[in-house]
Design a protein around this ligand. Structure first.
Ligand SMILES: *Cc1c(COP(=O)(O)O)cnc(C)c1O
Length: 396
């Protein structure tokens, strides 16, 4: 026997009459219960308590409750990525023989899931234009079980006819799932418009610092909520406690960041529109936006933090533009604290034929900007110089 304490035994957590102000990080995978009666009661849901981190952990729950509050719902769950959230919503609720109807400008991986992975499992999917309610309705089939929409599309920022589609989903008993990543609950709360399911890539502006990959999904109906949760836990879509902690930290400033980024986006769109060599600027609340009236009805004055524009001169002008703006990250993401620039023709939409891209209005001179919270004067200076460089390249 030895009286040296074993290093293998856990040292009790120090007592403190005061509590930490910041949220603690809890990385424990397992939780020890006092006895089988208690564990039994935990599994039965009669006593609260965690058991195993894949099933749930405090950092995920703290984050989920915050996003629940933003979306006006209860019981949402946080998962390991936005795509995990999309997948859990679809595969947790659909079965072989069902049909899902998606918007035709969904996030690229969502389109792939619908068009390539679901059919392998005998779940049919097709896409239709959600800005045209009649065309969308015509694509509904007797076996359509779910509609998946984004309110503002990527990268042309078209605005879906959400209220008309929600009404047709309701009368036909079809589930409406809305990926609210672009618009965020600051722009619109889809549950208030009849959505059954709301999805987020928390990776983007909710977390806001490009350092955590996470998703969120909530369903209004408790049974569907449980089906999505069970599917996600069974297939291991668990988020990391540290990532959840980072995202929760990001959320404290979400509203401030969103409002500042949105004000910057509106001003930057206005500025870009005045620059010679710019052929098009897309921003939902601009009078020249094709869905301007619907944007006003659905989003009010909230145009969001994304702006798209097109310069003359094709790929050569596009190369000159990104090279002339080295401080603006040319990176295929959105929602970072700083402004980032993406070029759909060489990234998100590279798999499309030039003809298919042209049909969407995505040329080699087309850019999408995720506007950050920088000083607007700096953004104008940087974009002014970048567009001037594109103009020179277009001439030369
Ligand atoms: C990024 C994104 C996703 C996927 O989220 P990840 O966290 O990257 O998996 C889904 N939908 C939209 C609209 C997105 O922008």
């Amino acid at each position: 026997m030895t009286d040296v304490p074993s290093l293998i035994r856990r040292t009790p957590w120090p007592q403190s009459a005061s509590r930490p102000v910041a949220t603690p990080i809890q990385p424990s995978v397992v939780y020890a219960s006092p006895d089988p009666d208690t564990l039994d009661a935990q599994y039965a849901g009669a006593t609260p308590g965690y058991t195993y981190a894949r099933e749930g952990h405090p950092n995920a729950d703290v984050l989920a409750r915050k996003i629940d509050g933003l979306e006006g719902v209860e019981g949402g769950i946080v998962l390991g990525s936005g795509m995990a959230a999309v997948t859990a919503a679809l595969l947790g609720l659909l079965k072989t023989g069902d049909h899902v109807l998606g918007g035709d400008q969904l996030y690229g991986r969502s389109l792939r899931l619908l068009s390539q992975d679901l059919p392998r499992l005998g779940i049919h999917a097709s896409m239709a234009d959600p800005t045209d309610a009649a065309a969308f309705e015509a694509a509904i089939r007797p076996e359509t079980r779910m509609i998946l929409l984004e309110v503002v599309s990527n990268p042309t920022l078209r605005v879906a006819d959400l209220d008309a589609i929600a009404a047709m989903a309701r009368t036909r008993n079809i589930l409406l799932a809305v990926d609210n990543t672009f618009t965020t609950p600051r722009g619109i709360r889809p549950f208030d418009h009849g959505a059954d399911i709301v999805i987020h890539s928390v990776t983007k502006i909710l977390a806001g610092h490009s350092d955590a990959t996470l998703g969120y999904v909530a369903a209004r109906d408790p049974e569907r909520r449980k089906a999505i949760y069970d599917f996600a836990v069974t297939t291991g879509m668990t988020p990391s406690p540290f990532d959840c902690w980072l995202a929760e930290r990001g959320l404290y400033s979400f509203e401030l960041r969103y409002d500042r980024a949105e004000a910057n986006a509106e001003a930057l769109a206005e500025f870009i529109a005045t620059q010679p060599g710019v052929t098009r600027v897309l921003y939902p609340t601009r009078r020249d936006h094709p869905d301007h009236n619907r944007a006003a009805a659905l989003l009010g004055a909230r145009g969001g933090h994304m702006v798209s524009f097109e310069v003359e001169g094709g790929r050569a002008a596009a190369n000159a533009l990104t090279r002339a703006a080295p401080q603006i990250a040319f990176a295929p993401t959105l929602g970072d604290i700083g402004t980032t620039l993406s070029h759909p023709a060489s990234s998100s939409h590279r798999a499309l034929t030039p003809g298919a891209r042209a049909a969407l209005g995505i040329s080699e001179g087309f850019f999408r900007v995720s506007v950050g919270v920088e000083d607007i004067a700096l953004l104008k200076q940087e974009f002014g110089a970048a567009i001037a460089a594109a103009r020179d390249a277009a001439k030369g």
